[in-house]
Design a protein around this ligand. Structure first.
Ligand SMILES: [Zn+2]
Length: 308
């Protein structure tokens, strides 16, 4: 009988462990422990802090920051962190209560978006500020400086280490900027129109001379949605735009409906691929970094829009 009990116990433990989510979080006593909201910010913090920091992002690949709710585990990680970094500008719209508590618990934090001027930011029609600042390489360099200064404040002994890392990263960001400009020059000027599932690319558009149109707001094909799709379809036919783009945060069917509407007007528009917008690719892949994901986007955009 005891044997059966042991077997049962092993099975129960197995089921319990199997049901637990694997979480690679740990606190590293020898480093500055940073918790970030998005993977994009985590990648920035790793580039500036390198060996002196241990970075954990709350939102992994494919997670939409606009709709993300902090879990109890996230709150514990934030409480334990030496530094919390978030985008702000309402990107992490459902975490604002968590952020407003950071002062109360005397937590060291950096709200990146709070450091930009009104001229640097883009305001949408309804006066809402666009939070997707990382698609301006210029604005993201400023974010790199903010992270660098924060780490220098916290760890003045390694002041030059962080400065060096920042300067090296600036070189990489300048190369990225050049890559974007060179690639985009392959697209005829009148074809520089980016139509995507959600309104994430306005900073990209402003910086690199692209007309950017997002389908966001069309969560279902209601009357307004159908009107918008038909207007956009007319626009695509008139301008002879070759490709439109999907993202994982918005249902593919909306973009497909647009494609169909264009087709019914006798013009063929292809789906040019899936773009990284508010999150990066899988860890340990090239697209798991900001620079890698940005380049993948550019390759997809140029591949879809340039003349054959
Ligand atoms: Zn977004």
């Amino acid at each position: 009988m005891p044997k059966i009990k042991i077997v049962l116990l092993i099975i129960i433990i197995g089921i319990f462990l199997g049901g637990c989510q694997v979480d690679d979080y740990y606190y590293d006593k020898s480093k500055i422990n940073i918790v970030t909201t998005t993977a994009i910010i985590a990648d920035l913090a790793r580039n500036i802090g390198q060996e002196k920091v241990h970075v954990y992002e709350l939102m992994g690949p494919g997670i939409d920051p606009h709709s993300y709710n902090a879990t109890a585990g996230d709150i514990r990680k934030i409480q334990q962190a030496d530094l919390v970094i978030f985008n702000g500008l309402h990107l992490e719209g459902k975490m604002e209560k968590v952020f407003s508590n950071l002062d109360k618990i005397d937590k060291n934090y950096l709200e990146i978006g709070a450091h930009y001027t009104m001229d640097e930011l883009i305001y949408l029609e309804d006066q809402a500020v666009d939070p997707h600042i990382w698609f301006s390489v210029t604005l993201w360099k400023k974010a790199a400086t903010l992270v660098c200064e924060k780490l220098q404040d916290m760890d003045p002994e390694n002041f030059d280490y962080y400065l060096d890392n920042k300067n090296k990263y600036f070189t990489q960001l300048n190369e990225l900027d050049l890559f974007i400009r060179e690639e985009i020059s392959k697209i005829p000027e009148q074809s520089r129109v980016l139509i995507t599932a959600h309104d994430a690319f306005n900073y990209f558009g402003r910086e690199y001379g692209f007309e950017v149109i997002g389908l966001q707001g069309l969560s279902s094909l209601d009357e307004a949605g159908i009107k918008r799709i038909s207007e956009l379809a007319e626009f695509i036919v008139k301008r002879e735009i070759k490709a439109i783009y999907i993202e994982n945060s918005v249902p593919v069917k909306t973009v497909q409906a647009l494609q169909k509407a264009v087709l019914s007007r006798g013009f063929n528009v292809k789906i040019g691929g899936e773009l990284y917008s508010d999150s990066l690719g899988n860890k340990n892949t090239i697209e798991g970094t900001y620079i890698g994901a940005y380049k993948a986007n550019i390759i997809a955009i140029v591949g879809g829009l340039k003349d054959e």
